[in-house]
Ligand binder design. Structure first.
Ligand SMILES: [Zn+2]
Length: 165
């Protein structure tokens, strides 16, 4: 399994998925998990996949700077309120690869990373549950079932995943 430490090291969950307190305070459903961490903390991809978006949230501006990864398992994994983005749309990323730095951009009122997982895209799910379902240390089903790396590497990753499960 993976944890929030694999996405934002040292972070803690301030508001979880569909947090009733968040809904009561802001009048909207919270569709991700808010990982509180200082500005400048590395934000990493928990999955292998392709960057589908990187940059400023143009839709509402609320997200600020963000990045979304189209994971190889079909999920969409987004991180928002970053202070810096280190990837570009179309780029492939591996588990553990840095997507950017935590920040307080967009509508964030304190430094945190909004982690939103949609599986399939358009259907938000609890990010913590999604992370827990991944293989060890973020090395999970996506790579084991993938086709992007050579057989020897796959065998190593499968062994690592089995050891850490
Ligand atoms: Zn949030």
């Amino acid at each position: 399994m993976a944890t929030i430490a694999d996405v934002v090291p040292g972070s803690s969950v301030r508001h979880g998925f569909r947090d009733p307190a968040y809904r009561a305070a802001l009048g909207v459903e919270h569709l991700g998990a808010d990982l509180a961490a200082p500005i400048g903390t590395p934000v990493r991809s928990p999955v292998s996949g392709r960057v589908s978006f990187a940059g400023q949230d143009d839709a509402s501006g609320e997200g600020g700077l963000g990045a979304k990864v189209q994971a190889d398992d079909g999920a969409s994994v987004g991180v928002w309120h970053l202070s810096r983005v280190d990837v570009a749309a179309g780029q492939r990323v591996a588990p553990g690869q840095q997507l950017g730095l935590a920040g307080q951009s967009g509508g964030a009122v304190y430094p945190h990373t909004h982690l939103q997982v949609e599986q399939p895209p358009g259907t938000p799910v609890d990010p913590l549950g999604y992370l827990a379902g991944l293989g060890g240390g973020g090395i999970g089903g996506p790579i084991v079932g993938g086709s992007i790396v050579g057989g020897a590497v796959v065998a190593l990753l499968v062994a690592a995943a089995l050891l850490e499960d």
